[in-house]
Design a protein around this ligand. Structure first.
Ligand code: TA6
Length: 293
């Protein structure tokens, strides 16, 4: 069976590709396809479970970054608790000739309940094929029908490894509205087709018009022969982020020069909180595929 269960990590393999997932945060820490590592991991990442993992795909829930949750203000700050708790792996691994899926779960525990009292269930599926990685997050409010709805943000904070971040670009984005988090949350509209991170960038793109399906291509630049097609479903926003040196050098677990090695494109529920009534499930999908440039 092409799944290797370690104490801290799970590795799944299919048709020459592999993915490593930490139980801590259910953080996908590596995805290799075509013999190439496609996700960035900081050389200074903390991997002992004492801090969020700087790289791969940390999952944000139930709050994003510096926004303060109006109902659970203790949650304010760093992307919530999903990325700093131990998830459980389902015994059953789904496998076909072309793909393999590992499923992870997180529910309330005592520490979480102090911050976020309502019941919730997170189910996270990681599916690998020879050329793609698909992550699906199901967020359920399992409370009884008379209970109060609750609100959440979520994000796949995906760090894509690129040969040279200032040369990489994402398209098509023409006409997509975004909030510029570095310009006092100014509302702007993408002018050209491509967006890059040659300078410090923190934009929250409004994908509500493309929430059913948003497709962008991450081009590596520099004559690369392959690229990544990134399809998100169910997410009304996506953040484009790279701190460059001035801000990146202040991040303690970011390796020197790390800002030249990644682009973050982060589909999520970011600019507004979504509401989940009792019995409802939110589903968000990120499908990434290696394609010819
Ligand atoms: O998603 C972008 C962002 O929120 C940035 O503003 C930046 O701070 C980054 O995430 C990293 O956050 P972290 O909590 O992992 O240090």
């Amino acid at each position: 069976m092409p799944i290797h269960k370690g104490q801290k990590t799970i590795v799944i393999e299919k048709s020459g590709a592999s993915a490593e997932i930490y139980l801590y945060g259910a953080t996908v820490s590596s995805w290799k396809s075509g013999g190439v590592e496609r996700l960035w991991m900081s050389g200074a990442a903390v991997l002992d479970g004492s801090a969020p993992i700087r790289g791969g795909i940390p999952i944000g829930f139930p709050i994003f970054a510096v926004d303060v949750h109006p109902d659970f203000p203790e949650l304010g700050g760093a992307h919530g608790f999903a990325r700093i708790n131990i998830w459980t792996l389902d015994d059953a691994v789904h496998e076909t000739e072309t793909e393999i899926t590992a499923t992870f779960r997180l529910g309330p525990n005592d520490a979480i309940a102090k911050l976020f009292p309502p019941p919730f269930e997170l189910v996270y599926e990681v599916t690998l094929t020879a050329r793609s990685l698909t992550t699906v997050l199901h967020i359920t409010n399992p409370a009884s029908p008379d209970a109060t709805p609750w609100k959440f943000n979520t994000v796949f904070h995906t760090y894509y490894k690129v040969p040279h971040a200032p040369s990489a670009s994402l398209a098509p984005l023409t006409g997509t509205p975004y909030i510029d988090r570095l310009a006092g949350m100014a509302r702007k509209v993408q002018a050209g087709d491509t967006a890059g991170v040659a300078v410090e960038t923190a934009r929250a793109y409004d994908l509500s018009a493309k929430q059913d399906r948003c497709e962008v291509v991450l081009s590596y630049g520099g004559g690369a022969t392959d690229a990544l097609r990134i399809v998100s479903e169910g997410f009304p926003d996506a953040v484009l982020w790279n701190p460059r040196e001035a801000s990146g050098s202040k991040v303690p677990d970011m390796s020197k020069g790390g800002w030249d090695e990644f682009v973050c494109w982060e589909p999520g529920v970011i600019s507004n909180l979504a509401t989940l009534k009792p019995g409802e499930t939110f589903k968000g999908v990120q499908h990434v595929e290696v394609i010819s440039a």
